[in-house]
Design a protein around this ligand. Structure first.
Ligand code: DTB
Length: 308
């Protein structure tokens, strides 16, 4: 297992040496000119009692987002068809709250089966789940479960107090035990240091099994949240994080998730070179705007990247 000091040394090496090292790992393990595309749908939005300082959906933030109606199965399937038409290969469904209610859980199980029948991969994020729920999701054919660690163990309580990072790791372990691939990651721009970012990446790399999918978000500063005025992430530090994720988790597909809407084409290109191989496609994420679809298609063309 690589030590913190060794990981920090990699992170702090000259920028182009880091990029070269990361790209070398990337081309050994991935097709560098293919970008996997996923589309997100918020099946249940808002009214969440958790206190994540970054989140639009927490009732403890000043975002005034009460619990909204749950999507019906027909609208979920319609959204999945649209995602496929856009060129996405994976459809990701999210629900707000600490853990799924029985009603939401049943709906998601039905949706997984129907979305898979359209020929799409499925991913779900719905908070804490137990063994029985993980077994049921596996039986429905779920491909990925998304559950982020968000930040470093040391910084976690500065961002969230209603649960611990150990709770998160417990759910990740349950998901992996049941043979569902894990999508996990975190958010850069919560006021954390580069040391926190390195620690978060080490935590991800040292899970019981390496994650198949790693989601790196740049904070979308949502007015009314406690982090609405958080300091910007230096763009080159963002690229360094992608590069270190690539080096520490060679086989994972690394996604530039939230925050791409405010990234230049050049910054995204550097991220792809450093080892990012996945994006979210479509107009919205869960509540926040995503990068523009037409601009994404153009960027793929200009960089000779193909969506997969
Ligand atoms: C992840 O790491 N990013 C996605 C997905 N996992 C669920 C969510 C991004 C949400 C961005 C903020 C919003 O839409 O409110």
């Amino acid at each position: 297992m690589i030590s913190f000091e060794a990981a920090k040394e990699k992170f702090e090496q000259p920028f182009f040496s880091l990029l070269y090292e990361a790209h070398t790992v990337h081309i050994k393990n991935h097709e560098p000119n293919k970008i996997q595309a996923s589309t997100l749908l918020s099946v249940q939005t808002g009214g969440c009692c958790e206190d994540c300082a970054y989140c639009a959906q927490s009732i403890r933030n000043g975002t005034k987002m009460p619990k909204q109606a749950i999507c019906d199965i027909a609208s979920i399937i319609a959204a999945a068809r649209r995602a496929k038409a856009l060129g996405s290969s994976r459809f990701c469904m999210g629900t707000s709250g600490r853990a799924p209610t029985p009603e939401i859980f049943e709906l998601i199980c039905e949706a997984i089966k129907e979305v898979k029948a359209l020929g799409l991969e499925t991913c779900v994020t719905m908070g804490m789940i137990d063994d029985a729920q993980a077994a049921k999701l596996k039986a429905c054919g779920l491909d990925f479960y998304n559950h982020n660690v968000d930040t470093s163990p040391e910084y976690y309580s500065k961002v969230i107090t209603t649960r611990t990072i150990e709770d998160r790791i417990r759910t990740i372990n349950i998901v992996q035990t049941h043979g569902i691939k894990v999508c996990t990651g975190g958010i850069l721009g919560l006021g954390e240091t580069n040391d926190d970012r390195i620690k978060m990446l080490l935590l991800l790399a040292n899970l019981n099994e390496p994650p198949a999918s790693v989601s790196i978000n740049r904070l979308v500063k949502i007015p009314g949240t406690r982090l609405e005025a958080a300091p910007d992430v230096d763009p080159f530090d963002f690229v360094r994080c992608i590069a270190l994720a690539r080096i520490l988790m060679p086989t994972a597909v690394v996604r530039i998730s939230a925050g791409r809407e405010s990234m230049s084409d050049e910054l995204q290109a550097l991220c792809f070179f450093a080892g990012a191989g996945s994006i979210f496609l479509g107009e919205v994420l869960l509540t926040a705007p995503n990068a523009d679809f037409d601009a994404d298609v153009k960027l793929m063309e200009r960089l000779n990247l193909t969506l997969a």
